[in-house]
Design a protein around this ligand. Structure first.
Ligand code: EMZ
Length: 386
């Protein structure tokens, strides 16, 4: 089997019944698998809630045990959700700006030059994590040097090797953010902390806790997801050098290529919702106060929507993938993530002729009856110049 392949473990269950089951810390989850059901459920925020009292419960694995701060706007439902999105959307669309893009391209070019001069590179730690952390300094508008601290935290802020939830690690992030908020309130600058401290929602200044919730989401939500997207892209191009050449020859295909890679990789497998009343999904009864999950990874391979869903096809015409979620809670960081991917593809296509895979250790998620490869714990490659 190709090493870069991300197979679809959900197909049989998706076709036969439309859902699967998993346990998570004694709080079971009904995993919704069909594109239509996933979108419908994502839309229905009244019956399938993101907010609610138990902060961290919609994440799988649940973060109830390691987090008290509500991530905003991710764990807030309408109508308040909209107020926060209105406040944040403009800031998170800055990656569309020319100056931002030039800075991002310069960062990525430096990093690609660095790895081109090495014999072997472990991509997760020495490429993707660095790229993600450095790019985050642009999104937050903080000094570049902060990225050194973030890189030292490793790929996930709540998980460590061997531990799916690591409270000590989470506290490192919480303390860091607390400190930065206090600093910004004493000495306001032009970074996201300062901007938020100066903002109002519904006529009230944001509290420390609200700013913290937005910042935790910004750090956690776009971390392993972006790292998976970047690392999987490198693995893909290692095994499909012609696709990289095609991009070099036809740079106008980059946007489609990025959407297709993101569909195929689905860097975030699924996201939960808490059911507020007894109801039904795909003719299956679900009880109030249980959890369902919207399985983006499965929806993206639904053959009723995507032709040859298990193939990466940069010329795909219709691509209504749900890798950035769907409906109310569509990904706030999507503009940034897309810009990172586009820039990476452009620079790789121009500088890298081929990539050799030396060694891989896959990251397999265990989801009850399903096991899904989401990326790599590590993958060592050699980048070859033109
Ligand atoms: C949460 C989540 C958001 C969660 C879009 O996803 O990402 C996960 O990696 C975090 O653990 O807390 O931010």
């Amino acid at each position: 089997m190709e090493k870069s392949k991300i197979s679809d473990p959900f197909e049989k269950a998706r076709v036969e019944k439309g859902y699967g089951n998993m346990d998570d810390q004694n709080d079971p989850v009904t995993i919704l698998l069909r594109h239509k059901d996933v979108r419908k459920t994502a839309h229905n925020w009244k019956t399938f809630q993101s907010g609610g009292d138990e902060v961290g419960r919609i994440v799988i694995p649940s973060e109830v045990a390691i987090r008290d701060t509500r991530q905003i706007p991710f764990e807030v439902d309408p109508p308040l959700h909209k107020e926060f999105r209105n406040l944040l959307d403009g800031w998170f669309k800055r990656p569309n700006g020319e100056e931002y893009q030039a800075k991002l391209a310069a960062q990525i070019e430096t990093l690609v030059n660095e790895v081109l001069n090495k014999d072997e590179v472990e991509v997760v730690r020495d490429f993707s994590l660095k790229l993600q952390s450095r790019a985050l300094t642009l999104l937050l508008n903080t000094p570049f040097s902060e990225s050194e601290t973030w890189i030292s935290w490793g790929t996930h802020v709540f998980r460590s090797e061997g531990e799916s939830l690591d409270a000590d690690k989470a506290n490192v992030l919480y303390n860091y953010i607390d400190e930065k908020i206090i600093e910004a309130s004493k000495n306001p600058g032009e970074d996201l902390y300062s901007v938020l401290l100066n903002s109002e929602v519904n006529g009230n200044k944001l509290t420390h806790e609200e700013v913290k919730g937005i910042m935790i989401l910004t750090f956690a939500g776009g971390r392993d997801t972006v790292i998976n997207a970047l690392t999987n892209s490198i693995a893909y191009f290692a095994e499909h050098p012609k696709s990289l050449q095609a991009i070099k020859e036809n740079p106008e295909m980059i946007n489609n290529a990025v959407e297709e890679l993101i569909r195929y990789f689905a860097p975030l497998t699924h996201m939960g919702r808490v059911v507020t009343e007894d109801t039904q999904v795909c003719e299956h009864a679900v009880k109030a106060n249980t959890r369902v999950s919207l399985c983006w990874a499965s929806a993206n391979r639904d053959a009723t929507v995507f032709e040859n869903p298990n193939e990466v096809d940069f010329n795909r015409k219709m691509n209504p993938h749900v890798s950035f979620g769907f409906g109310t809670h569509n990904c706030l960081g999507a503009t940034h993530a897309r810009q990172i991917m586009r820039t990476l593809l452009e620079i790789l296509a121009n500088k890298v002729a081929t990539i050799d895979i030396v060694d891989t250790d896959e990251n397999i998620e265990e989801l009850g009856e399903f096991n899904r490869k989401v990326g790599y714990n590590s993958i060592t490659v050699k980048f070859n110049k033109y």
